[in-house]
Design a protein around this ligand. Structure first.
Ligand SMILES: NC(=O)c1ccc[n+]([C@@H]2O[C@H](COP(=O)([O-])OP(=O)(O)OC[C@H]3O[C@@H](n4cnc5c(N)ncnc54)[C@H](OP(=O)(O)O)[C@@H]3O)[C@@H](O)[C@H]2O)c1
Length: 286
């Protein structure tokens, strides 16, 4: 019986490639997206690779949409073995420039989405006595970066949620939680985040010179082979599929050497989070 995987945000980028990779590995894949008219790219690639996928609507900011999708997958497939919380959006703006609506949105799409989707699949996974929740975080979930404070705060929240869930649900119910922490991925994500920033910054804005330096640094890193932060979505998808197949998956995992080096000061004592998880279990649940 193939394992069933439900993935959010499969219209483009990492979600799309992750859906294809799981399908190539023989999983039963539910590739979801908030607007299913965007499925053509995914379906064309699936056809070229001769793999099957099921596409369903799921908007991660709408609890009703999440519930309906989970119910349908459970009815069709008999259960969900792996949930990949991938949907998210970049955001590069100063706090001063961010509107209240943007503050709510960036947290809805990057953080509350993960909580809501996890909440929706947990009862079924507990009933099965196993499951995997793979949350797509970022190096921004460990390291605060200029102009990214709202995005980083939302991803830090994803990390905290993942860590806390792993401390008691994994040992009690056999459901594993992993935060995947990529550096840059070559997807539409960065350009759209920077465009939002660019639109908001006027020439006389006091943050403009600093932002120009930030942008210049990003371009330089992208051009310099030695410091190349960008992976392809396929490379990151490969890590996600590997994690899904591990007997004892890590609580956190970086996906590239660049990401590893950026986070080292935070992660060197416990790179995969297992040590801290065991310590927390010992202190709070002994
Ligand atoms: N790209 C990077 O450099 C990078 C680095 C580290 C981590 N990440 C993380 O990787 C994940 C995937 O990003 P990506 O690089 O693949 O970017 P992407 O190509 O922009 O994909 C983002 C996906 O999220 C979807 N999405 C946005 N709002 C949604 C909603 N309300 N409901 C359902 N889906 C929604 C988008 O759908 P629409 O097409 O409908 O907008 C799209 O499918 C994100 O969690 C991101 O934070 C990315």
């Amino acid at each position: 019986m193939p394992k069933t995987v439900l993935i959010t945000g499969c219209s483009s980028g990492l979600g799309l490639k992750t859906a294809l990779r799981f399908a190539q590995k023989g999983y039963r894949v539910y590739a979801t997206m908030r607007d299913i008219t965007k499925q053509d790219g995914l379906m064309q690639e699936a056809k070229a690779l001769k793999v099957d996928l099921h596409v369903l609507p799921l908007d991660v900011t709408e609890p009703g949409s999440i519930a309906a999708c989970v119910k349908q997958v459970q009815a069709e497939a008999g259960g969900i073995d792996i949930m990949v919380n991938n949907a998210g959006a970049g955001f590069a703006k100063t706090t001063e420039q961010t509107t209240d609506a943007e503050i709510v949105w960036i947290n809805e799409v990057n953080h509350l989405s993960v909580v809501r989707c996890t909440k929706a699949v947990l009862p079924g996974m507990r009933g099965q006595g196993n499951g995997r929740i793979i949350n797509i975080s970022s190096v921004g979930g460990l390291v605060g970066q200029p102009f990214n404070e709202l995005y980083c705060a939302a991803k830090f929240a994803v990390e905290g949620f993942t860590e806390a869930m792993a401390s008691y649900i994994t040992p009690t119910f056999g459901i594993h939680f992993t935060a995947v922490e990529p550096g840059g991925i070559s997807t539409p994500f960065t350009a759209s985040a920077l465009n939002r920033m660019g639109e908001a910054l006027k020439d006389d804005d006091p943050y403009k010179p600093l932002f120009d330096r930030y942008l210049g640094g990003m371009r330089k890193r992208a051009d310099t082979e030695r410091e190349q932060p960008y992976q392809t979505a396929e490379q990151v998808a490969e890590v996600i599929v590997e994690v899904a197949g591990m007997k004892d998956p890590p609580v956190r995992i970086r996906t590239s050497q660049w990401a590893e080096e950026l986070c080292r000061l935070k992660t060197q004592a416990d790179p995969d989070g297992r040590r801290l998880r065991d310590e927390v279990v010992k202190r709070f649940l002994a």
